[in-house]
Ligand binder design. Structure first.
Ligand code: RUG
Length: 827
C-alpha cells in the first residue's frame, strides 16, 4: 500500500494507544444500531443510516469514557473550569472522534465490509453551525485542547435549532437559507429530557424586610422557560478522557403545567409554548456588530441562568461553605455575551443564599475571567437600559449597585479626574442610557485577556486604558491557537503522514516538535515530496471547484486564498482591487509574464450588512468578467466558493499557497485562519495586525510577506486628516481600477451597480484605509509572485511555515489559561 495514503495514515501507530474494539465489533455495533436504535433493516442500510449508526456506536464509546473522566474529576475534587460561550463551531464530529479514539482504521475496515468508504459516510454529516466564525471556532479548538490536556472543564452554550445561515450565491449575490442542521436527528448528543432548569424573565422586583430586618428582593410575575441539557462529548486525543459540551435547548414550561392541557384557549397555549421555545431557535448571524435585540438578551440570560444553576448544583454536592466557591470553580466568559453571569451569581448569593453583599462580591471577582475578542467600537456590546430593565429587572438593580460601589472606589483612587467616572461607568449616560457589558465584565472579573500580544497591548493602551490604570494586575495576554488534530492531522492526512514519517507522532500533542522538520527544509528529496503532497491537495480542490462552480483552474497556478467573514475591515475589497490590477496588466500586455494565479474567496456577510454583501457581489462580477475573457485564459481565475464553513475550510487550508490576512492594522484581534493556513504550509501575505505579528516573529520575515501601515500609523494618519483621494490621484493603476468599477466595467447591464463601493472609498473617508495600503500591497504581491516562480525556494518557505507554527497550538494557549488564569491542572 502507498504509505502516504490516508488509509495508511489511519493505521499509523494505532497500536500505540488502546484501540480496544476490533473491526467486527464496530461493524456489529453499527448493524445493531441500524436495527435497534434507528429501526431500519440492517441487511442493506443506506449511507445516511450507516453514518447515523456509526455515530451512535462511537457515542457509546464516548459516554463510557466520559463517565470515567467525571469520576476522576470527582475523586480528585478538582477545581472546575466552566467555559461559557454563546457560540461553538465544532465542525463535523465523525473524523475527529475516530482520530481521537484511535478507531479510524477499524471504521474504514468495518465500512468497507458494509460496502462503503469512510469518505462517503463522512460526507453524510451536516456540521452544526452554532457560531459565526473565529470566536466560536476558537471555543471549539479550546474544548479539544482542554480534553487533550485532561482539564476538569465543561463547555456551556446554546443548542440553536438553526445555526448560521446556509449561504448560496445566486446571480453573484449572497442569498441566505435556513440551516436546519437537526433535520436528520442528532446522533452525537444525549438529550436530557428530564434534566431541566427553569429560567425566569421579565416580572417586577418586590422589596421587603425579613424577620432579621434584612432588606430582601423577590422577583414576582414574569415568565419561565425551561432549559433542557443536550450533551455532546469531546474526546481528548488518544487519552481516554472525554469532556462535555452542554448545550441548552429551550422548552416551554407550559408543557409541565397541568393547566396547559386544561386551558380553554388551547391554541393560544400552544402558541405561547412555541414563543417560549423560540429562545434557542436561531443563532444571531452577526459577527463583530451585535444587535440590541430582546431575543438576543434573552438567549444570553438563558445560557447564563441554566449554567449557573448547574454549577451551583454541582458545588452544593460538595457540602462546603460558599467562600470556597472560587477555590473550586472558575467561570470563563468568552466575550461579553455571557457577562450577565456576574449579576446572576450576585443575585444567587445575595438574594437566595443571603450572603452579605461584600462577601458575595468577593466571591464573584475571584470566580470570573473574561476574554475580549475585539476592539471595534461598534462590536463592544451595550444594551439599552430600558430593554434590560424589562427583561432582567433584578439584574439591572444589581448592576447599578455594582456600579455605585465601583465608582465610589474609583473616586477615592483618582480624586482629581472627575470625568473618569463617566468614562468607566457601567452605564453610558446620554439621551438614552446603555449598560456597557465590557465594563461589567472587567469590573466583575479577576482576569481580562486579549487574544494576541498586539491586541492585548491595544486593549491596555487604548480601549480599556483607564481600566488598566485602575486594575493593572487583571490584564494579560493569551495568544489564540488552533488544534493540530483537526487543522493538520484530519484535514491534511497526507501531509500529516509525511511529517510523521520523518519526525514521529509526538507533534500531535506537542506541536513544537514540528521544529524537527527544519533540517529537512534544505533537502531536495523532502522538498519534492512536500510539493507533491501539496499539488495533490491542490488537484483535489480544483476538482471540487470544477464540480461546484464549473470553473477549470490550473493546479500549478498560485492559489491565493481569502476566506473568512466578510467585513470591511478584513478588506476583501483591497484584494479584489489588486485582482483587477493584474487583469489590467494582462489586458495591456498578455505576455507581461504574470504568474498564473487562482484567487479563491469564501465567507459569509451578515444578512443586514449592505456593504459586505455588495463586496461579495463585486467579487463575483469581477470573477465573471475575468473568467470569461479569452485574453486572460489560464493566467487568472477568480472563484467564489459559497457557504464557507468548517467542512469547506478543511478542504481549502491544505491546498493554499498564499494566505490573505490583510485587515487594517489594529482591527483584527488575532485571527486564527492565519494559523490554519500556515500550519498547512501556506505563506502569508498580511498586515501588521493581530497574531500575524507573532507569526512573523516565529516564521521569520523571509517566510511571510508583510506590508502596509502599522496600527499607530493608521491612527496618526486618521488624526492628521486622511485624504484617500490623494492616492487615487497619484496612482494611475489604482485610478484605472476604481474608474472601471464605478464606470460599470463589471456591471455592463447596470453601470451604477458598484458606484457606492467606490464612493465609500473616495468620498466617505475610506474608513479602513484601503487606498492608503493599496500600493504596498501590490508590491508585496509582486514579491510573492516572484517567490512562487522559484519552486524550491517556495517549498522551503512552506515547510518552514509549518515547522515553526508550534507556538500556535491551542494546547499551548489552553496550557497558559490553565496555569496563569484558572489555576487548574490536568486530571
Ligand atoms: O474577530 C475576532 C478574531 O480576530 C479572533 O481571532 C476571534 C477569536 O479570538 O474572534 C473574532 N471575533 C470577535 N468574533 N467575534 C468577535 C466580537 O464579538
Amino acid at each position: 500500500m502507498d504509505s502516504t495514503t490516508p488509509e495508511a495514515l489511519a493505521g499509523m501507530r494505532e497500536t500505540a494507544s488502546p484501540a480496544t474494539l476490533p473491526a467486527d465489533t464496530l461493524k456489529a455495533d453499527i448493524l445493531w444500531h441500524v436495527l435497534y436504535s434507528l429501526g431500519r433493516d440492517n441487511e442493506r442500510p443506506d449511507r445516511q443510516t450507516v453514518f447515523r449508526a456509526l455515530a451512535l456506536a462511537l457515542r457509546d464509546r464516548l459516554v463510557e469514557k466520559w463517565i470515567a473522566s467525571q469520576r476522576a474529576i470527582y475523586a480528585k475534587s478538582s477545581k472546575r473550569v466552566y467555559y461559557l460561550s454563546l457560540e461553538f463551531l465544532p465542525g463535523p464530529f465523525l473524523r475527529q472522534n475516530l482520530i481521537a479514539l484511535g478507531l479510524e482504521k477499524e471504521a474504514r475496515d468495518a465500512l468497507t465490509e458494509l460496502g462503503f468508504t469512510l469518505d462517503d459516510v463522512a460526507g453524510e454529516e451536516w456540521e452544526p453551525g452554532l457560531g459565526n466564525g473565529g470566536l466560536g471556532r476558537l471555543a471549539s479548538c479550546y474544548l479539544d485542547s482542554m480534553a487533550a490536556l485532561r482539564l476538569p472543564a465543561y463547555g456551556y452554550g446554546i443548542r440553536y435549532a438553526f445555526g448560521i445561515f446556509h449561504q448560496l450565491i445566486r446571480d453573484g449575490q449572497q442569498v441566505e437559507r435556513a440551516d436546519n442542521w437537526l433535520r436528520g436527528g442528532q446522533h452525537w448528543e444525549f438529550e436530557r429530557t428530564h434534566y431541566m432548569h427553569p429560567v425566569r424573565f421579565y416580572g417586577s422586583v418586590r422589596e421587603w424586610v425579613d424577620e432579621q430586618g434584612r432588606l430582601r428582593h423577590t422577583l414576582e410575575g414574569g415568565s419561565t422557560v425551561m432549559a433542557m441539557a443536550c450533551d455532546m462529548f469531546i474526546p481528548g486525543y488518544r487519552n481516554d478522557y472525554v469532556l462535555n459540551m452542554r448545550l441548552w435547548a429551550a422548552k416551554s414550561s407550559r408543557e409541565f403545567e397541568f393547566s396547559f392541557f386544561n386551558t380553554g384557549d388551547y391554541i393560544g397555549a400552544v402558541e405561547k409554548k412555541i414563543r417560549d421555545e423560540n429562545i434557542s431557535m436561531v443563532l444571531y448571524p452577526n459577527d463583530e456588530a451585535p444587535e440590541g435585540k430582546e431575543l438576543r438578551l434573552k438567549q444570553q440570560f438563558f445560557l447564563v441562568s441554566a449554567t449557573m444553576q448547574d454549577i451551583v448544583r454541582r458545588f452544593r454536592k460538595k457540602g462546603v461553605a460558599w467562600d470556597q466557591f472560587p477555590r473550586k470553580n472558575v467561570i470563563h466568559l468568552n466575550e461579553t455575551h455571557p457577562a450577565v453571569a456576574i449579576p446572576e451569581l450576585m443575585r444567587l448569593l445575595v438574594d437566595e443564599e443571603l450572603l452579605p453583599w461584600e462577601e458575595a462580591w468577593y466571591i464573584c471577582v475571584r470566580t470570573f475571567a473574561y476574554t475580549n475578542h475585539t476592539v471595534l467600537p461598534e462590536a463592544l456590546e451595550v444594551w439599552p437600559e430600558e430593554l434590560f430593565r424589562k427583561v432582567l429587572p433584578r439584574h439591572l438593580q444589581i448592576i447599578y449597585e455594582i456600579n455605585r460601589r465601583f465608582l465610589h472606589d474609583v473616586r477615592r483612587q483618582f480624586p482629581h479626574d472627575p470625568g473618569l467616572l463617566a468614562r468607566v461607568s457601567l452605564i453610558h449616560e446620554g439621551e438614552q442610557r446603555f449598560v456597557r457589558m465590557s465594563h461589567l465584565a472587567i469590573v466583575g472579573s479577576f482576569s481580562v485577556n486579549g487574544v494576541s500580544a498586539h491586541h492585548s497591548n491595544i486593549i491596555k493602551e487604548s480601549i480599556f486604558n483607564e481600566f488598566y490604570k485602575i486594575f493593572p494586575e487583571r490584564f494579560n495576554n493569551k495568544t489564540n491557537g488552533i488544534t493540530p488534530r483537526r487543522w493538520l492531522r484530519q484535514c491534511n492526512p497526507t501531509l500529516a503522514w509525511l511529517i510523521t514519517e520523518h519526525i514521529g507522532t509526538e507533534w500531535l500533542t506537542d506541536l513544537e516538535q514540528l521544529k524537527k522538520l527544519e533540517p529537512y527544509a534544505e533537502s531536495a528529496g523532502f522538498q519534492k515530496a512536500w510539493m507533491e503532497v501539496r499539488l495533490r491537495n491542490k488537484q483535489k480542490l480544483a476538482e471540487y471547484i470544477h464540480a461546484k462552480n464549473g470553473i477549470t483552474i490550473l493546479p500549478e497556478s498560485l492559489y491565493d486564498v481569502h476566506v473568512k467573514r466578510f467585513h470591511e475591515y478584513k478588506r476583501q475589497l483591497l484584494n479584489i482591487l489588486h485582482v483587477i490590477t493584474l487583469y489590467n496588466r494582462i489586458r495591456r500586455d498578455p505576455d507581461a509574464g504574470i504568474v498564473p494565479r487562482t484567487f479563491i474567496f469564501g465567507g459569509k456577510a451578515a444578512p443586514g450588512y449592505y456593504m459586505a454583501k455588495h463586496i461579495i457581489q463585486l467579487i463575483n462580477a469581477v470573477g465573471y468578467t475575468i473568467n470569461t475573457d479569452p485574453r486572460v485564459g489560464d493566467m487568472l481565475k477568480v472563484v467564489f466558493l459559497q457557504n464557507y464553513c468548517v467542512t469547506l475550510a478543511e478542504r481549502i487550508m491544505p491546498a493554499t499557497d498564499l494566505s490573505e490576512q490583510i485587515s487594517t492594522a489594529g482591527m483584527e484581534a488575532s485571527g486564527t485562519g492565519n494559523m490554519k493556513f500556515a500550519l498547512n504550509g501556506a505563506i502569508t501575505i498580511g498586515t501588521h495586525d493581530g497574531a500575524n505579528i507573532e507569526m512573523l516573529e516565529h516564521v521569520g520575515d523571509e517566510n511571510l510577506f508583510l506590508f502596509g501601515l502599522l496600527s499607530h500609523e493608521v491612527e496618526d494618519l486618521r488624526r492628521q486628516g486622511y485624504n484617500p483621494r490623494t492616492f487615487y490621484e497619484t496612482d494611475s493603476e489604482l485610478r484605472e481600477v476604481l474608474d472601471m468599477i464605478s464606470g460599470g466595467y463589471f456591471s455592463p447591464g447596470d453601470p451604477h451597480m458598484f458606484r457606492d463601493i467606490v464612493e465609500s472609498l473616495l468620498n466617505h473617508g475610506d474608513r479602513y484605509m484601503v487606498l492608503a495600503d493599496f500600493r504596498s500591497y501590490a508590491y508585496r504581491q509582486q514579491d510573492a509572485a516572484r517567490a512562487y516562480l522559484d519552486q524550491p525556494g517556495w517549498a522551503r518557505r512552506s515547510m518552514l511555515n509549518t515547522a515553526r507554527m508550534g507556538f500556535f497550538s491551542s494546547d499551548r494557549s489552553m496550557g497558559e489559561y490553565a496555569r496563569d488564569i484558572w489555576g487548574v491542572e490536568g486530571v
